[in-house]
Design a protein around this ligand. Structure first.
Ligand SMILES: [Mn+2]
Length: 412
C-alpha cells in the first residue's frame, strides 16, 4: 500500500497581486496531480490549506475539481482536512472542501474524524487555533485510543508544532499522541521529515513559493510532496520534487559597475520561458537612485515579471547585525511576554490568536473567538447578569417604517 501526502497548495493565492503568480499555483498543482498518478499510489492525503481562502474563486475551485476528477479516473481517492486558510472559525461554517464530497473527496472533519483504507486507519482533525487547544488535545486523546486497535495508523493535522515552528505554535511535540505510525502534517511550508514515536512525521511543505522566505528551503529540498510506502510496519518516505517553472533570482549589483552588471543579468534571463522575479541589491549607490531605477527598468523591465530593488548607499558600511533569534523581540514575542503577565495560558493563546486574525484583517474570526472564549469562561456570570437586566424594548412601528423607506430608496 502506497500513498501520496501533500499540503498547503493555496489554490487561488495571487502573490504580489499578480495574476501570473495565481496561474503559477494552478500550474504546479496540475503537475503535482500528474506526478501522483505516475507514482501509482493507492490514495492521497491533503493536510490542509488546499485553498488560499475559505471562499475560493471559481477558477481555484475548478482547478481542484479537475485534479480530483483526474485522480478519480485513475482510481485514486483523496482524504483532506481544512487548514487555517480554508476554514472560517465559526461554529456553523463549512470549509470549501465539503463541496467536493459528491465527487468522492473524503473530508476528515470533527464529525467524520476517521476512515479505514484497507487495513490502514486514517484519523484527523481540521486546524484548531491555539485558544481551542484544550479541545484539540482531548480530541487527539480520543483518536489515539481508537488508533490503538489498529496495526497501521495515520494522523492528519494542520498545526504548528513548537519543535519546528516559531512562537505561534499551537502544539508542543509532547502533545502529539505517540502511537500513530505516520503523522501527515500541514501548515509549515518548508519540508520536514522527522522520526516521532515509532513512526514518521512529515510536513511536505507548500507546493509553490508562497512567501519569499521559503526560498532557502526551496533551494535545499525543492517543492513537491512525499510518497509513503506503508507495506511494512514502519512507513518509508520518499520525497518527490515538482519543479516550479518561475525562477526567483537574488543578485547583488555594484553601482559603479551597474551597466555591466545589468547586462550580465539580462543575458541570463533573456532565454527564460517564464519571466523571473528579480530581487536586486544595489550596493555603493552614490546619489542618484533614479538613474539606477531607470536603467534597471529599461534593461530588465520587459524581461521580468517583477523587480524588487533595495539600495545600499555608498559610505554606509554594511553593518553585520548579528541577531540572536532567541533574544530578538518581534511584535508577537512582545505581546506574548505582556500576556504571560496574566499568568493564564488560555489568555495568552487567545491574545495571540486575536492578534493573528486582526493582522490579516480577519475581523469576524477575531470577534468569534473572543465571543467563544467569553462564553466558555464567563457563561455563568452572563446568565446572572441577564436575569438582572430588563428585556430590550420591541422595535416600534416607526423603526419598521424607516427600514421600508430605505429599501424603497434602494430599489428606485
Ligand atoms: Mn499554509
Amino acid at each position: 500500500m502506497k500513498f501520496a501526502h501533500l499540503a498547503d497548495t493555496h489554490l487561488g493565492y495571487r502573490q504580489f497581486g499578480l495574476i501570473e503568480r495565481e496561474k503559477d499555483f494552478y500550474e504546479v498543482f496540475e503537475k503535482v496531480i500528474d506526478k501522483i498518478i505516475e507514482e501509482k499510489v493507492d490514495f492521497v492525503i491533503h493536510s490542509g490549506d488546499l485553498f488560499e481562502t475559505a471562499r475560493p474563486s471559481p477558477m481555484a475551485l475548478l482547478t481542484f475539481q479537475k485534479g480530483l476528477l483526474k485522480l478519480k479516473g485513475a482510481g485514486i481517492p483523496m482524504y483532506a482536512i481544512a487548514g487555517n486558510h480554508d476554514i472560517v472559525m465559526r461554529n456553523d461554517s463549512i470549509p470549501p472542501q465539503v463541496i467536493f464530497k459528491k465527487l468522492g473527496l473524503k473530508v476528515i472533519s470533527p464529525i467524520n474524524t476517521t476512515y479505514m483504507h484497507g487495513d490502514i486507519f486514517i484519523a484527523g482533525l481540521p486546524f484548531y487555533p491555539s485558544s481551542q487547544v484544550k479541545n484539540l488535545k482531548s480530541k487527539l486523546a480520543d483518536l489515539s485510543k481508537k488508533a490503538a486497535k489498529h496495526e497501521k495508523s495515520i494522523l492528519v493535522l494542520h498545526q504548528g508544532i513548537d519543535k519546528y515552528f516559531g512562537p505561534n505554535f499551537e502544539l508542543e511535540i509532547g502533545d502529539l499522541p505517540d502511537n500513530f505510525n505516520y503523522y501527515a502534517l500541514g501548515h509549515i511550508h518548508n519540508y520536514i521529515n522527522d522520526n516521532f514515536g515509532n513512526g514518521k512525521l512529515v510536513y511536505p511543505g507548500s507546493s509553490e513559493v508562497w512567501k519569499t522566505n521559503e526560498l532557502k528551503d526551496y533551494k535545499e529540498n525543492g517543492k513537491g510532496f512525499v510518497v509513503v510506502d506503508f507495506d511494512g510496519p514502519k512507513p518509508v518516505v520518499k520525497r518527490v520534487k515538482v519543479d516550479i517553472s518561475r525562477t526567483f533570482i537574488e543578485r547583488s549589483l555594484d553601482y559603479n559597475k551597474l551597466e555591466s552588471g545589468v547586462a550580465g543579468l539580462k543575458e541570463t534571463i533573456v532565454g527564460f520561458d517564464k519571466k523571473p522575479i528579480l530581487d536586486l541589491k544595489i550596493n555603493n549607490v552614490e546619489s542618484d537612485t533614479n538613474r539606477v531605477y531607470e536603467l534597471i527598468k529599461e534593461e530588465l523591465g520587459e524581461l521580468s515579471l517583477m523587480i524588487r530593488p533595495t539600495f545600499n548607499m555608498a559610505g554606509e558600511e554594511d553593518i553585520d547585525v548579528i541577531i540572536n533569534q532567541k533574544d530578538s523581540l518581534g511584535p508577537v514575542e512582545i505581546l506574548k511576554e505582556q500576556l504571560e503577565g496574566y499568568g493564564d495560558d488560555s489568555v495568552t493563546r487567545l491574545g495571540l490568536d486575536v492578534y493573528n486574525y486582526l493582522s490579516k484583517d480577519k475581523i469576524d474570526e477575531a470577534d468569534d473567538i473572543l465571543n467563544q472564549f467569553f462564553d466558555e469562561y464567563y457563561h455563568s456570570e452572563i446568565r446572572e447578569n441577564e436575569l438582572k437586566t430588563e428585556d430590550e424594548p420591541e422595535p416600534s412601528d416607526e423603526d419598521h417604517k424607516d427600514v421600508q423607506v430605505t429599501f424603497r430608496e434602494v430599489l428606485e
